[in-house]
Ligand binder design. Structure first.
Ligand code: NAD
Length: 290
């Protein structure tokens, strides 16, 4: 397939490389000077998008996505798929999809989970908003870049699924970390805490698969000095998007709001930036109630 790939950063770079490795003809563009194995670089985003069956974007936020969309949509062939894999606000995703549809394109919003390691290994999960036809057209690309792709409904629903999932993740990570810190102060051994909770009703992905306590449970960033993994600032980004969406539709999300506020404090007021989001545990360890 002839593919345009715009945004070749930490995620987009390895995703584009995997597509090229699988035999697709990939033309890329990034405003930063990058070199990706197997990917031909174009001079502009529009050039990377011209004459491609699929154009993939992997960009930092909704404002940048919108400005790139303005540039590439007029350059794309009618019937081509515009596949945005960035994590952006639901409103921007729906606006770009609308604009693409009016230009005769097939838009899909398909944010991912799995992080940089998943991007490199080709094991991402895609949460997809758009039509059955668009989804079917790029199914084989999802299979190259990921291990799972779920069609969640019309445009914007991929982003909706992503922020709801990550809101649960942020909240359960905080709950798991504060419970460990409480257990410490109550004299409860961390291994015993894990053995009980991971097989009881307090279990979650945060406890069972990504345990924030070093040396306990499966290997996780806690065992690597809380080097990300999934950085606290990326969790903050997603929690902010969740609150932005909740405000737009008048949804009451008090736990999501509290999680956003706590990660904002951790990242912007304390030492959370550049650390894994599970580093909430050492944060709680050193604090009292006051
Ligand atoms: P990144 O900053 O490494 O990559 C973004 C790239 O976009 C950069 O290389 C930048 O130069 C490029 N760019 C910016 N403006 C551009 C423009 N106008 N035209 C072309 N290129 C432009 O970020 P990333 O970690 O690769 O994340 C990309 C997206 O994936 C984000 O939306 C992020 O929230 C999401 N995401 C990231 C992770 C992760 O673990 N890093 C996990 C899931 C989702």
């Amino acid at each position: 397939m002839k593919i345009g790939f715009i945004g070749l950063g930490n995620m987009g770079g390895p995703m584009a490389a995997n597509l090229a490795k699988a035999g697709h003809e990939v033309t890329g563009f990034d405003t930063a000077g990058v070199a990706i194995e197997g990917v031909t670089l174009a001079g502009t985003a529009a050039e990377a998008a011209t004459g491609r069956a699929v154009v993939i974007t992997m960009l930092p936020n909704g404002a940048i996505l919108k400005s790139v969309a303005d540039e590439i949509i007029p350059a794309m062939d009618r019937g081509a798929v515009l596949l945005d894999c960035s994590t952006v606000d639901v409103e921007s995703a729906r606006a770009v999809a609308d604009q693409a549809q009016k230009a005769g394109l097939e838009p899909l919003d398909a944010p991912v989970s799995g992080g940089v390691t998943g991007a490199a290994a080709g094991t991402l999960t895609f949460m997809v908003g758009g039509s059955d036809m668009g989804f079917a057209a790029v199914r084989e690309l999802f299979d190259v870049m990921g291990q799972k792709a779920v069609l969640c409904g019309p445009s914007g629903n991929g982003q909706a699924a992503k922020i709801c999932n990550n809101m649960i993740l942020g909240v359960t990570m905080i709950a798991t970390c504060e419970a460990f810190a409480l257990a410490d102060k109550l004299g409860l051994d961390r291994q015993a805490m894990f053995d009980v909770v991971s097989t009881s009703s307090g279990y979650s992905w945060s406890m069972n698969a990504y345990c924030p306590a070093p040396g306990i449970g499966p290997k996780s960033p806690a065992d690597n000095g809380y080097k990300p993994g999934f950085a606290a600032e990326l969790m903050l980004k997603d929690l902010r998007l969740a609150q932005q969406a909740a405000e737009a539709v008048d949804a009451d999300t008090p736990m999501g709001q509290a999680a956003r506020d706590l990660y904002a404090q951790f990242v912007e007021g304390e030492d959370g930036k550049g650390r894994d989001f599970s580093a909430m545990l050492p944060r709680f360890e050193t604090r009292g109630r006051g």
